[in-house]
Design a protein. Sequence first.
Length: 387
Amino acid sequence: MLRLLTSARDALLRCPGPASRSMSTITVTRAAASLPSNLDLTEFHPVATGELFSGRYEALRNLGRGRHSTVWLVRDIRTQKEAAMKVMVASLTDNKRGPDELGILTTLRDGNPQSAGKHHVCQMLDSFVHDGPNGRHICLVLELLGMSVLDLYRSFSGSLPLILVQRVAKHLLRGLQYVHECGVIHTDIKGDNILMTGAGFAEGQSSVDLDITDLFSATYKLTDFGSANRITRQWAADIQPVALRSPEVLIGAPWDTKTDVWNFGCLIYEFARGAVLFDPSWQNEETGMDYTQTHLSQMAGLLGDFPKSFLAKGEKTKVYFDESGHLLRPGAYGITLGDLLARGGHPADELPPAIDFLSRALAIDPEDRWSAAQLLNHPWMENTVEM
């Protein structure tokens, strides 16, 4: 344990920050939120500071804005506790064909209370509809969490310490196992959708100093189910962050909970390596290849040929592959997962189990890809640091 914590402390010293920072802390700064372009502001409720919602939630300040909602820090005047409140655009209130974040959060809230994974999913505390000048808006009151793993990752000069990546991975897998057991596919797993409890930003700081105890005692939770689909009701076509998109999505094959696992594997690699696994925009102008062609060629170059039985399920397969299952536009991306991960600066003896773990999560064919439950039982998930 001492060696592991020493390794984590050494990694902290590689982080950029004030010279006066102590030897065992890291200064983490909240990234400025970027607003999506072409927003129809008439869809949003004009929340005012001090406005009271449902007779009990006082709006204190804005926490962020997305394409379909604004998020506010609120105080429950009955309990004096703070929470996060998501105010949805009016068009989603009676939408029966698109996102159903309220329904999905209700399912996750009412699921098995004995599941360890439930504690790794952001919980909804209350919900109601608020009438405003721009229409009726669904409001979701959520537990107030702290900083994101993306903020933490950006505070390091490169990769996260491997033992910290293990902890984040284990907590995220617990959450995913629970979500999947509830019949839900998240479809949008990324660093800013994984938040920490017990460390920073709950009081609204723009930056916070965290020490090793903070990092290894925090609980990491999966948040933002605005893009989630039910296994039995898939409303979305283009899912997942582009660089984290799964093979089945790219070729137009059916997708299920295993597509979350691919997304998870790419993200965990990024935290461990300090760089993205796939870059669909790489040299597009030079090669004349589009994003999907580049993405598929990188997958094949790293992970091997696409199984014919898998390609047979894709509606777009013939656009990218010939009848023999070979890419019509192959790329020169020949390297192994181990070679790439070795560039993360981690001790060589720590890499083999991590490489094997990621290879299970990143199997091209979803039928060969491990589930969240299986990955939780992988040897790399043993002996994660708990403080």
